[in-house]
Design a protein around this ligand. Sequence first.
Ligand SMILES: Cc1ncc(COP(=O)(O)O)c(C=O)c1O
Length: 264
Amino acid sequence: MKKIFDIPLNRKNTWSTKWDLYKNKDIIPLWVADMDFKSPDVVENAFKERIEHGGYGYTDIPQELNEEIIHFYKKNNWLIQEDWIVWLPGLETVIHQIYNLIMDTQSVIVPRPIYPPFLNAAKHSNKKIIFHDLEKVDGRLVYNLEKLSEEAEENARMVVLCSPHNPGGRVWTRAELERLAAFVRRHDLILVSDEIHHDLTFGIKHTPMALIEGIKDQLIMMTATTKTFNIAGGHVGNVIIESPGLRDQFAKRMTALHHQASLA
Ligand SMILES: Cc1ncc(COP(=O)(O)O)c(C=O)c1O
């Protein structure tokens, strides 16, 4: 039996962002994290079921979906509760709002390189952005915690982590995450951890930041199932925040988006 990865999928002229950009040019677009393979059968079957039903009206997040999410993250030993989950139309939307959680007088530490929307969002925010240039040690990108501590002195209130790291491809070790968590605690920061690629690690163990001790009150976990199931165009993401105070603050900010669930 042929596997999905053995069957090429021609996405030209199918309203694909990356292929449309180079329409009529001899260029293979490799720049965006969606795949030129079919999505798994479970996705196709769910779409078929909906099409056969034929109803596309308004919907709300069903409880079963929250239960599925809770079950999905259990595989990483990460036990979440239903009311910790905030649903949003994709993580890029969140990235463009997240710096608004802090005051204009406060600053946010953004590592570089990083998934570009974190930098674009910085340009459009009123906050002071402190760019932390990741260092290369033995061919791997790492945070320089000494420098980070100096940077935190500049009225920092938030620090960003991309885990696994895009574009560096790093799956951070537990020890690295523990050191970063200790830094966050020491400086009383909010840690924003974008973990959308948690399943794409070529067998290397990914540790959710939420499993690191002592960080839960300061942690915003951003994640999604869209990369895992190759449904990036579905535009749906989860922000999971255990701390009720931080979650409330975040959810209030996000009400401006007036997000409702999408059937797709
Ligand atoms: C690190 C990272 N975060 C967020 C996103 C975008 O997520 P979404 O499709 O949910 O907007 C991507 C997309 O490639 C990404 O690489």
